[in-house]
Design a protein around this ligand. Structure first.
Ligand SMILES: [Zn+2]
Length: 460
């Protein structure tokens, strides 16, 4: 008889064994005696689920327990819930009222236009929608960036704090202040750093000019980076920066970030997001930069799905460039590289559903992360959970929470080859019944579409 995930019965109460579960070892906090990894780097395990946690982990078949009851996974994949360490929940789900053209400039201008709708209610409902999608898909930790411009920051951070409380225990929610780095030139930077500290957030920014075209380096980039790092150090904050999100070779700030971290002897974590023009730099420049990043102990998060959508786009022309960073070279230099989702149904990326399984599947293809696939799932589990200090997520550990995803797939190839829409998500060991929210719920917020003419006016 073949295995049928849809008929799997998860006990609604009491402890149970999840038997013959196939788990990639890269998700395991510790090795399990007698568990032998296969060619995919996965092991066959029995997991005792009790009181919402994983009580015991043993190699499959080493305990002939008849009690408590068991659920037989028959060698199918079991993963921990995943980490989306780079999202923009404040921007998401505005497609019906925006008019994206898929370009970087269109993304920026469209966001500027859309912000006029960002009341507390509008932000709260769209961010909640995104969280519900993520939760139903098996994401349990999210770091979102929040547009933190003057006049907007207070509202966005208030919504974030309320949602962080509301979702505590289901999704661990973190936030990063996102402003053009030149916003740190005056008193506003101090005010914003204080708000971030009071809100338990992370300090961030975009390392490029906020000028009309959002291109070109700033003469005082180094001074501004020093300011950001000093504000963060004084408050004990980590830093998470949008870096080099373009094909503009001149606007290359990654080596400046690395140099600033070392110059300031900044001791907290610095994550650099995107870093896509690193892939276009001459080999020697790229190599030296990667060495600098390793020396500065930087981490990198890559957001492949929106970059493939956004970079190298011109109407009527086929893109020639993948638009992503040098993931393999960065990893070879010992730099942690995580994969995350980024934008979702907004003017920067028109698609997506806050689903890290989908992001992982696309990343494998875009980056050639396969052949072999051993340890590859770590890029959406333990690697980002370490980077954002959320160690209980994206891992399978004795004593850890029973937040798991059950798949019908027997191999990573099978897991990568279907959408996994039938996956079962366990929360505290019980089957999650939450369904994906219906788009119609947001219809009343979408009643005022922005016309192409308005976008053009804003760009001009
Ligand atoms: Zn981003």
């Amino acid at each position: 008889m073949s295995f049928d995930l849809s008929t799997l019965t998860i006990p609604e109460s009491g402890p149970y064994w999840l038997k013959r579960a196939r788990v990639p070892t890269c998700f395991m906090a510790t090795t399990v005696a007698e568990a032998v990894a296969d060619g995919d780097g996965t092991v066959l395990l029995d997991l005792l689920i009790e009181e919402g946690a994983i009580g015991r982990i043993v190699a499959s078949g080493t305990i002939a327990a008849s009690q408590p009851p068991s659920v037989d996974m028959a060698g199918r994949h079991v993963w921990p819930t995943l980490v989306d360490m780079h999202a923009h929940l404040d921007k998401c789900h505005v497609i019906p009222r925006s008019n994206p053209d898929g370009t970087f400039t269109g993304g920026r201008v469209g966001t500027v236009r859309d912000r006029k709708f960002w009341s507390y209610d509008d932000l709260y409902r769209r961010m909640s929608f995104g969280l519900r999608c993520a939760y139903a898909h098996g994401v349990s930790a999210i770091r979102t960036h929040l547009d933190s411009h003057e006049g907007l920051a207070e509202r966005g951070w208030a919504v974030f704090r309320d949602l962080r409380d509301e979702w505590a225990g289901r999704i661990e929610l973190q936030a990063v202040a996102l402003v053009p780095i030149d916003a740190f030139r005056g008193d506003y930077g101090v005010w914003l750093a204080d708000l971030v500290e009071q809100s338990g957030g992370v300090l961030g920014g975009v390392t490029r000019a906020a000028g009309k075209d959002h291109v070109g380096t700033l003469a005082d980039t180094d001074v501004l980076l020093d300011t950001v790092l000093r504000l963060a150090a004084d408050r004990g904050l980590d830093v998470d920066l949008h870096v080099d999100e373009s094909d503009d070779l001149e606007a290359f700030s990654l080596p400046r970030v690395a140099a600033a971290v070392m110059r300031n002897q900044f001791a907290n974590r610095v994550v650099c997001d995107h870093c896509v023009n690193l892939a276009l730099q001459p080999e020697d420049v790229a190599g030296r930069t990667i060495e600098l990043c390793a020396e500065a102990a930087l981490s990198v998060v890559t957001l492949p799905t929106p970059m493939v959508y956004l970079q190298d786009r011109a109407s009527g022309r086929t893109p020639r460039w993948r638009g992503v960073t040098l993931l393999h070279e960065l990893r070879s230099a010992g730099i942690p590289v995580a994969v995350a989702g980024d934008n979702c149904r907004d003017t920067w990326y028109a698609y997506g559903d806050h689903d890290m399984v989908d992001t992982f599947q696309q990343a494998v293809r875009i980056f050639h992360l396969d052949h072999p696939l051993i340890d590859v799932p770590a890029v959406v589990g333990p690697v980002p959970s370490e980077m954002i200090r959320a160690p209980s997520h994206g891992r399978v550990a004795v004593g850890g929470p029973a937040r798991l995803m059950l798949f019908a797939a027997r191999t990573i190839n099978e897991l990568l080859s279907r959408p996994q829409a039938d996956r079962i998500v366990l929360h505290r060991g019980r089957r999650l019944r939450d369904r994906l929210p219906d788009y119609e719920e947001l219809d009343d917020l979408m009643s005022a579409p922005i016309s192409a003419v308005e976008v053009e006016e804003a760009a001009g």
